[in-house]
Design a binder for this molecule. Structure first.
Ligand SMILES: *Cc1c(COP(=O)(O)O)cnc(C)c1O
Length: 381
């Protein structure tokens, strides 16, 4: 199925674990870095001249921060966002000294000098963090770059309006403010008045802060239009092929393909119980195949309940197990599927957003759940 993609494939060692060979793995995760690059280009085109970062937190939404960031660097991206300090340290190792790396969650107290050593820029979310970073600068003997986040209405991270208003005039004297930012709570609902409210609150708070480039847009924010764009966009999801415009056609290219191996096929008689709890009872004879993928691989028990082969839908029968799922393959000619063959879980027949819809979740959670047991194949880098 993936032989065309597989041609230029290479596998990357995962940090801290041995890479799993294609022959040994129960499932193959193909990550199309060419599609990541094209998605970045599409967002850049949409943004006009506005600078575009790459958000690669949670190991690049589960797809490999080092590989994704390297692909984006090749497109000219020179600014990245991670969530954790440790993610920033690992990314610095992977992509070298040049790109700017911001840490969205800020720095846990006492970890500031680790961030200095890796040349990371913390997103400062409180007056206390601002003070700690100024002090780290004194220790380092220079003013350190900082991004200042204000809470414009999401109530999650960033300085509260009252905190901004209360800051002394010289509060920022000890740092070099490189960015002022905030985050939208409802950017994926273009008609929602909460967006305009956050925009004007961001403008109001920004006027009280040192003059610096500003950033408000995540992926969906980019599609809200010009007033939201400021100087820098921070897309994550859209780079990975998740639809930033829910309800409308996806303007991004798909990035992942997940295929699971068949580990056994069998005939099931009428009346037989299938899987845990015999949750499925065969109402007639059927042919079944068991695949080497289960909820321990991040396929939630309630995620999409079918695999695909050559465009043919193969419904799950019975419950998803930890390491396996049983498929009804009666729709295919007998003998068509054999041990070792691959069926598609994510790809052209079933998008990440499709799978999420079935599970009552979002594509972000599907991607970041994808487990460590796959053979990972990067193509198009
Ligand atoms: C995760 C995150 C982003 C990226 O959001 P997407 O919806 O994935 O584009 C941008 N900014 C902040 C503060 C974030 O937490």
């Amino acid at each position: 199925m993936s032989s065309a993609l597989g041609k230029s494939s290479r596998s990357e060692p995962e940090t801290g674990s041995q890479p799993i060979s294609e022959a040994a793995a129960g499932a193959i995760l193909t990550i199309d870095l060419g599609a990541v690059r094209e998605n970045y280009r599409r967002l850049k085109a949409k943004l006009g001249g506005v600078r575009c970062a790459g958000v690669v937190k949670a190991d690049g939404y589960g797809l490999g921060a080092a590989q994704v960031a390297a692909a984006l660097v090749a497109e000219g991206c020179d600014i990245f966002f991670v969530a954790h300090l440790a993610e920033g340290v690992a990314l610095r190792d992977a992509i070298g000294s040049r790109p700017e790396i911001h840490v969205l969650n800020g720095l846990p107290p006492g970890s500031e000098l680790e961030a200095v050593a890796a040349d990371l820029v913390p997103v400062i979310n409180s007056a206390g963090q601002l003070k700690a970073w100024s002090e780290a600068g004194q220790t380092a003997g220079r003013k350190l770059k900082a991004a200042i986040q204000v809470d414009s209405g999401m109530s999650r991270l960033g300085m509260a309006p009252s905190e901004v208003e209360a800051l002394a005039g010289d509060a920022f004297a000890g740092v070099d403010v490189a960015l002022v930012m905030s985050h939208l709570a409802r950017a994926d609902e273009p008609g929602n008045p909460a967006n305009a409210a956050q925009l004007s609150e961001f403008e109001r708070l920004r006027a009280m802060l040192p003059k610096a480039p500003a950033s408000l847009d995540n992926s969906s924010g980019i599609f809200l239009g010009l007033p939201y764009r400021f100087d820098l966009a921070r897309p994550g999801a859209a780079l990975y092929g998740i639809n930033p415009t829910p309800g409308e056609a996806n303007p991004m290219l798909p990035v992942v393909r997940l295929e699971a191996k068949i580990i056994q096929t069998r005939s099931i008689d009428k009346g037989a119980g299938v899987g845990y709890g015999h949750a499925f009872l065969a109402s007639g004879p059927l042919r079944a195949a068991t695949i080497s993928l289960g909820y321990a691989d991040g396929w939630h028990r309630r995620a999409a309940s079918a695999a695909w082969f050559d465009g043919v839908r193969l419904p799950f029968v019975g419950r998803v197990s930890m390491d396996s799922i049983i498929l009804d393959i009666s729709a295919l000619p007998a003998g068509r599927l054999r041990e070792g063959d691959l069926v598609e879980l994510l790809g052209p027949s079933q998008s990440v957003d499709d799978a999420a819809g079935h599970a009552g979740t979002i594509g972000y959670e599907i991607l970041t759940s994808l487990g460590p047991r796959f053979h990972r194949r990067y193509v198009g880098g």
